[in-house]
Design a protein around this ligand. Structure first.
Ligand SMILES: Cc1ncc(C[n+]2csc(CCOP(=O)(O)OP(=O)(O)O)c2C)c(N)n1
Length: 292
């Protein structure tokens, strides 16, 4: 039996007291307990930012890498050990800004990982500058005249590229978020969960502003209908839909294609490669480079 206590970390929190990242952390822990995942069966991966600190505060495997580089690190972990449950947890600045290119190509490669993106609509760690999701006209610490360009709509990009699982949660509803995370982790291939994350320090709007706008998709919404899903996320008026936005058609995962001859075992458990084989490989490489 796994319990929340199994995930209790021992690192001092650097988040502001009352930060909504705490609810996301709780939802993640609850999802792990519901899925009966032991800490050693998981690997959390993040980049840089307040959201990206989340893996520090849990007891499990984690890799905290360079700014924007959580996805490629997770891709490597997923290929080296497809038996691990690999989860990227990071902010929208890290994932859509500095790491946007990696996210887009992950949509094509389809690694069996879950990407949880805290979207607070600006860079919190560096004190409130605009991020790729800041709304037009919003004044930020660097954009003092107001942001002039339209925000990036990453859920729309993911749906257009047939991402197997696209969901949106709200940090103000950790039970719904927990359920979305359970579904995302169970889903094979790339699962993407964007989390609306109000920031109490640098945010423009209070929690009540979000509560008035966030709503749950109803039972009549069909997440397998790509056209309807696109329309839903392109409609960025005053309402913010949450729930499973889209389920793409199943595709082979990155590891299934990349490791098709090697079995599903972790690289660390495979037979070591002999010195002779390595020398033979190096001389073949040398041969091919002299031929060019
Ligand atoms: C290469 C590089 N560029 C810029 C920075 C500065 N920087 C650190 S965190 C961050 C943005 C983080 O934003 P987000 O991922 O949304 O996380 P948040 O802090 O809002 O949770 C930036 C721009 C950096 N550390 N490294």
């Amino acid at each position: 039996m796994v319990s929340i206590e199994d995930y209790k970390g021992n690192v001092e929190f650097q988040w502001c007291p009352g930060c909504s990242n705490f609810s996301i952390l709780n939802a993640i822990k609850m999802a792990f307990v519901e899925l009966e995942k032991m800490p050693h069966e998981l690997c959390l991966v993040s980049g840089i930012g307040q959201a990206a600190k989340l893996p520090h505060y849990l007891r499990c495997n984690f890799f905290n890498g360079l700014h924007g580089r959580a996805i490629p690190a997770a891709l490597g972990i997923h290929v080296a050990n497809p038996l691990l449950t690999t989860i990227v947890v990071t902010g929208e600045g890290d994932c859509y800004g500095e790491g946007g290119n990696h996210f887009i190509h992950a949509l094509r490669r389809n690694p069996d990982i879950t990407a949880v993106v805290h979207n607070n609509e600006f860079y919190a760690l560096t004190k409130g500058q605009a991020s790729p999701t800041t709304r037009i006209g919003e004044r930020r610490t660097l954009q003092i005249q107001g942001v002039e360009i339209a925000p990036l709509n990453m859920p729309a990009i993911a749906i257009a590229h047939n991402c197997p699982f696209v969901a949106r949660g709200f940090a103000g509803d950790s039970m719904q978020l927990k359920s979305l995370l359970v579904e995302a982790i169970k889903n094979p291939g790339l699962s993407y969960v964007e989390v609306i994350q109000p920031c109490i320090t640098w945010g423009t709007h209070p929690l009540s502003w979000y509560k008035e706008r966030v709503y749950k998709l109803g039972g009549d919404y069909d997440p397998t209908n790509r056209q309807a899903a696109l329309e839903k996320v392109l409609d960025t008026d005053d309402k913010i839909p949450t729930g499973i936005l889209f389920r793409g058609s199943p595709r082979k995962t990155f590891a299934e294609r990349f490791r098709k001859e090697i079995t599903n075992r972790p690289l660390a458990e495979l037979e070591p490669v002999s010195k002779e084989k390595i020398s033979e490989f190096i001389s073949r490489l040398r041969m091919s480079s002299t031929l060019q």
